[in-house]
Design a protein around this ligand. Structure first.
Ligand code: F6P
Length: 364
């Protein structure tokens, strides 16, 4: 058991997503209210650890943030204490500043660090744990692609926003008899594409796990046309690719441990469909809208459960774990196992079968 007045630190790393504040609130409130700990918020993820930027979080500081999007602590999806870019003249030199970051944290006198993040953040958390910092991880990402957990908070909110987008596209697609393509996020995984595609009634859903055939996609559109359906909705995940082809890279983010930013496949697909069907096609990219704004009730509940469970782990001194979801239970997952690549949609996912059973095409 940890003694009263222990201090804990908390940070949010990687891309933001709805529900981060709900976790910060849950961890902080429970730590203070039930356990009598002090809580220090590290600002801007690992950036704050290197630069020694933090602030004390009192109970009232986290009041009223449950439904707020973003993170009150700030985040960074490039800062990594083990590979930190330091300006040298006109360029940057990558340096290992982990000793400085560890010293900064130790000087705060914290008993442990709670890291809320996706695979990149939790991989760094694992290294910190190996370097002697007791760590507890909490899984976050709209992409839902983290190993060791059935679901991450942020995913439900992103699916909800993407679905609202698709819903709005239906009427304009109908009015203009167009093929409308909606590109959604998800990196190399098709979770958002699959779930928003089914929820939004996409006629064709294209996800990275199932490379598509352009002629099959075009044929599905033409078949719908022949049957009197003058418009079609295609939901495509940003990481989808045609058979034998590759993903579309929008940009490379220097200094990021995962520098590839996907995006733009929807426009490429649009041109190909237009060429093959002679039907007018438009593409909408949902982009960062999927990461913004208030979390859904589901994500608020999940975030609160994960945050609360993380404090139990701290109390029991069970460090080096992420709190994961397995079925209806919360489980401890070793941080080591989380950093083993993305969790993709399995080809036998029941939702794929269900979607096919109602006539949805996956372009294969
Ligand atoms: O991992 C979350 C995510 O939103 C991905 O779906 C997307 O590919 C990426 O982050 C975008 O990153 P950035 O915010 O750096 O553009």
């Amino acid at each position: 058991m940890m003694k009263k007045r222990s201090k804990i630190a908390i940070l949010t790393g990687g891309g933001d997503c709805p529900g981060l504040n709900a976790v910060i609130r849950a961890v902080t409130k429970k730590a203070i209210y039930e356990k009598g700990f002090e809580v220090i918020g590290i600002q801007d993820g690992y950036e704050g650890m290197v630069r020694n930027r933090y602030r004390r979080l009192a109970y009232n500081d986290v009041s009223g943030i449950l439904s707020l999007g973003g993170t009150i602590l700030g985040t960074s999806n490039t800062a990594n204490p083990y590979r930190y870019p330091v300006k040298k003249g006109a360029t940057f030199e990558v340096k290992d500043l982990s000793r400085l970051a560890l010293r900064n944290l130790r000087n705060l006198g914290v008993a442990c660090l709670v890291c809320i993040g996706g695979d990149g953040t939790l991989a760094i958390a694992h290294r910190l744990q190996k370097d002697g910092i007791p760590v507890v991880g909490i899984p976050k990402t709209i992409d839902n692609d983290l190993r060791g957990t059935d679901i991450t908070f942020g995913f439900d909110s992103a699916v909800c926003i993407a679905t609202q987008g698709i819903d709005r596209i239906h009427s304009t697609a109908q009015s203009h008899h167009r093929v409308m393509i909606v590109e959604v996020m998800g990196r190399r995984a098709g979770w958002i594409g699959l779930h928003s595609g089914v929820a939004g009634g996409g006629d064709i859903i294209l996800i990275p796990e199932i490379p598509y055939d352009l002629d099959t996609v075009a044929e599905k559109v033409k078949e719908r046309n022949r049957k009197g359906k003058k418009c079609s909705i295609v939901v495509i995940a940003e990481g989808a690719k045609p058979r034998g082809g590759d993903v579309v890279v929008q940009r490379l983010v220097k200094d990021s441990s995962d520098p590839v930013r996907l995006g733009g496949i929807g426009f490429v697909l649009g041109e190909e469909i237009e060429k093959r069907t002679s039907l007018e096609t438009r593409t909408v990219v949902m982009g960062h809208l999927q990461r913004g704004g208030s979390p859904t009730p589901f994500d608020r509940v999940l975030a609160t459960k994960l945050g609360s469970k993380a404090v139990d782990l701290i109390e029991d001194q069970e460090f080096g774990f992420m709190v994961g979801v397995k079925g209806n239970s919360l489980v401890n997952v070793s941080l080591q196992s989380v950093a083993k690549g993305p969790r993709l949609v399995p080809l036998n996912d029941p939702l794929i079968k269900t979607a096919r059973s109602v006539g949805t095409s996956f372009g294969d």
